[in-house]
Design a protein around this ligand. Sequence first.
Ligand code: DOR
Length: 406
Amino acid sequence: MIISGKFFYKNSIVEGCIVVEDGVIVDIRKDIRSDDKFEVSKGLILPAGLDVHVHFRDFEESYKETIESGSLSALHGGICLVVDQPNTKPPVVDEKNYLRRIEKADRTSYVDYSLNLGLTEENSSEIEKIIERIERNVRIPAVGEVFLQHKTMQVSYETLKSVRDRIEKLITVHAEDAELIRDESVRPKEAEIIAVRRCVEMGKFYFCHISTPEALNIIHRRSFAEVTPHHLLLSKGKVKFERVNPPLRSERDRIELLRNIDKVDVIASDHAPHTIEDKKNGAPGFPGVEVMYPLMLNLVKNGIIDLKTVVEKIVVNPAKIFGFDMYSGIEIGNYANLAVFDFSEVRKIRAEDLHSKAGWTPYEGFEAIFPKVVFVRGVRALDYGEVLVDRGFGMLATGSHMQYEH
Ligand code: DOR
């Protein structure tokens, strides 16, 4: 198959043809005459995104989200690959639940899927063995997100250090210091800053959802920093149901985080769906997998960040850091994971148009640029709102063990 039009290639916009065979880009050429050509006459072809931080719930919390509903939401947002998190009910902290979940994803996911293994005080002493057993079947992208402060999955600094010293694998950390959180809903900036400082001294980590410019500065060039769209776009006291961990910060901090976007390695959604009822009862977290790429592209349209930055942090860097070699953008040898965006069509976000079971969004009324067409491994999976693939089309993403260096 040949897909032609304007596309983002080697950091600039070029016009030409992307030649695809068996889902893989085999050539990129200026022009090819062919009847079998999918022509994009309006819009820009970008690499489809990765969201390396989603909580697709399922298991006993399928009323909040399932792998099926979450991955459908991802597809509508131009995301071709997700990394799911293990704080499910029951949690993914052993081989049995890991493989049970992977098997379910294989049957029900619309997009390519991968899963982190959870670390707890209880499984920490045998984590190498658990990894080894699981990896006989499927590659684990990372251990995480490790909670330094959590009701049931808390891990101490000592345990984290011991595991860091023993395993090679990427470890993703939810860095908020337990001592500084007196009450679940009062989580000062210092809790994040101190936890990050302590972890950075232990070795290299991937820090999830960094919310303070101070922590971002500590991490820069020493470890990896992820930020979420909500910490870049929303601030304290401005949205309904604003509880999220780490919390929204002041408008000043938000602007400072956005101003320092160059220091960020990855933008990921921390898609954490809860129903409105659960939110009313104080559940922390926002759904976001469907709106992340569209919101970021609207920032590009408004001249706030540039396209290269968005593609780097939603496609190139996450692919490299988590070792998904063939997902790192429009390049010969990579999967043809493509999303067509028309920058002249800005849409207002409405919860009723989204596909997560959460049924609400903190971005109601925000402007965004949604994909018109999404190709996953060369297959047209989404076409102007119509889903052309079945559940289970998503593949278990393997990739290599390659680690990314700054
Ligand atoms: O607000 C949050 N909700 N932060 C997290 O780190 C976890 C998430 C969840 O799973 O609900």
